[in-house]
Design a protein around this ligand. Structure first.
Ligand SMILES: [Mn+2]
Length: 326
């Protein structure tokens, strides 16, 4: 079992993906508590990337549930022992590739290329990585019910990754949902701190700018600089429109462009589309229905130098649709 193999290392670093969300934090926290409980290990829970957590609900989660998550700068960080990525895969686009020797991956996204010798437990049918960790801990008979903060964290992780428990398809997701005893008051507070007033305005602006291709059932939306979690929320919202089956929401940063992809039809895999859009100019991946990525800014990139970004993304979606309608 992967936990035993990881535990054979004295130094264990657990890395959440960049721009952490509730699921990666909860899954990382579960592993942190488990390895710490074994005794004799040095366990660290970290995240990296360009930005610190700035979403109110996530700051609340970390503070109120006493999660020892800390930010590290990739330039002056090197992991000793084994580096375990949660809710993400070492070397993939949404997680900073930190210097390390050994690696392990515990995730629920579609598997991508991994370094040689990388330990892995990847379960793409699970609704959240929190569920993967819950199952691993349960199989080790770790007393999750003795850790009420962890129960709340795992519950919130699943809640966030399954559109408020709307997509509980995997039996383990249901089982975890039913067995946990979370702090419902805190869940309510976190859930009602998802957006700042500024985010609300930003999301509204992005929605009014939606460029909808009614014929091909897709839309492209431009958002001002925001947390990638907010990009995801805007795309979730846009996907609810009757004539939109696929959408991309993007925002320009000082150095890169971040984008979020959603699809509600089987023929279009969001993770594939994200990879297609960013091919050779960035990174993209995720789930069949939800994905995201990063591409280089214009000017650095020949491909779309003379086009506005809406046209660039529209063109890529059309190309992708063409490939799949043959
Ligand atoms: Mn997740």
């Amino acid at each position: 079992m992967i936990l035993d193999k990881i535990a054979s290392n004295k130094y264990i670093t657990i890395q959440c993906h960049d721009n952490p969300d509730a699921d990666t934090i909860a899954a990382g926290y579960g592993l942190y508590l488990y390895f710490s409980s074994l005794g004799g290990h040095h366990v660290d829970l970290i995240y990296s990337g360009r930005e610190r957590i700035n979403k109110m609900n996530l700051n609340l989660m970390v503070e109120r549930l006493d999660i020892p998550l800390r930010y590290v700068n990739e330039l002056n960080y090197e992991s000793v022992g084994i580096l375990v990525t949660v809710d993400s895969q070492y070397g993939s686009g949404n997680i900073t590739k930190l210097r390390t020797g050994k690696t392990a991956v515990i995730d629920h996204h579609q598997p991508g290329p991994l370094p040689e010798g990388c330990l892995r437990d990847i379960r793409p049918t699970y609704g959240s990585c929190s569920t993967v960790v819950w199952k691993l801990l349960k199989d080790k008979e770790f007393p999750i019910d003795h850790f009420p903060f962890l129960e709340t964290a795992l519950y919130y992780g699943l809640y966030n990754d399954t559109t408020s428990f709307y997509e509980l398809y995997q039996p383990e997701d249901r089982e975890m949902h039913d067995s946990l005893n979370p702090d419902i008051d805190l869940i309510r507070v976190m859930n009602n701190s998802n957006l700042t007033a500024h985010d609300l305005e930003l999301a509204g602006l992005a929605l009014t700018r939606a460029v909808v291709n009614v014929k091909n059932h897709f839309a492209v939306l431009r958002a001002d600089h925001c947390d990638t979690n907010i990009l995801g929320m805007i795309s979730d919202f846009a996907l609810q429109v009757d004539c939109i089956n696929t959408c991309i929401v993007y925002s320009e940063r000082s150095d890169v462009i971040k984008f979020s992809v959603r699809s509600c039809v089987r023929e279009i895999h969001a993770n594939e589309l994200a990879a297609y859009v960013s091919r050779e100019i960035g990174n993209g991946g995720g789930h069949l229905d939800k994905a995201g990525g990063t591409i280089k800014k214009p000017l650095e990139c020949e491909e779309y130098q003379d086009q506005c970004l809406v046209n660039f993304f529209s063109k890529k979606i059309k190309e992708y649709l063409g490939l799949h309608n043959l």
